[in-house]
Ligand binder design. Sequence first.
Ligand SMILES: Nc1ncnc2c1ncn2[C@@H]1O[C@H](COP(=O)(O)OP(=O)(O)OP(=O)(O)O)[C@@H](O)[C@H]1O
Ligand SMILES: Nc1nc2c(ncn2[C@@H]2O[C@H](COP(=O)(O)O)[C@@H](O)[C@H]2O)c(=O)[nH]1
Length: 220
Amino acid sequence: MSEFIHPNLTQPQRRGLMFVLSSPSGAGKTTMSRKLLEDDDHITLSVSATTRAPRAGEIDGRDYHFVDNARFDAMVANGELLEWAHVFGNRYGTPRAAVEATLHAGRDVLFDIDWQGTQQLQQTEAGGDLVRVFILPPNMAELERRLRSRATDSEDVVAGRMARAATEISHWGEYDYILVNDDAAQCLAEIRAILAAERLRRFRQLGLAAFVRDMLGVAG
Ligand SMILES: Nc1ncnc2c1ncn2[C@@H]1O[C@H](COP(=O)(O)OP(=O)(O)OP(=O)(O)O)[C@@H](O)[C@H]1O
Ligand SMILES: Nc1nc2c(ncn2[C@@H]2O[C@H](COP(=O)(O)O)[C@@H](O)[C@H]2O)c(=O)[nH]1
């Protein structure tokens, strides 16, 4: 007869974490997020709401929830956003319900948000579940080259984002991990390593004490 092991004790359960990627515009957050999501089944992207117009190729509900100003106002008024901010002349915010549902299911949530949103998330009850990663470009010329080569924004928009880059970068000290996205494959490997280590943090492994007690055969 095989030994009965309580399913909850075969492996400690894990508390979902909130994994934030921030950077100056164009440093590579979206690129890294997409690659991470491709082969990690335990993390879900928080799809932000924004008043910005969709870029070519962006899909409503996948890349953003594209909303008008009136809808964004209502989301703010109804407390539907966990955080929101003005960024580059538009408003962006994190819908609360999807994040809470994902975390309650024990899954991780990936955020592609700016430093203002990160500060706000840090101040919520779930601040302890936050892992903050800031991505730097290798240099400012390369940042500008990437913004231009993406070919999604007008000259004015690119210039505006470059003008804000130094302010964005000045918040690097508020993050837990700082990466330089020079080689994309290396940057992705570093992001995966951070995520793997953070998932193993003792306080995130719920039921660990019971698991160890059971393993050692100590009566609980
Ligand atoms: N390591 C890299 N080497 C070269 N190009 C890269 C690298 N990482 C990203 N890129 C390119 O740089 C451009 C900007 O990247 P991406 O859109 O991911 O930036 P972002 O940080 O998400 O910007 P935003 O904040 O505006 O959303 C894209 O064309 C992307 O393919
Ligand atoms: N505070 C928040 N910032 C957000 C959110 N979603 C995206 N962003 C940030 O906005 C800029 C511009 O994004 P883009 O798609 O127009 O290039 C970038 O830094 C994003 O990280 C959000 O929900 N809250």
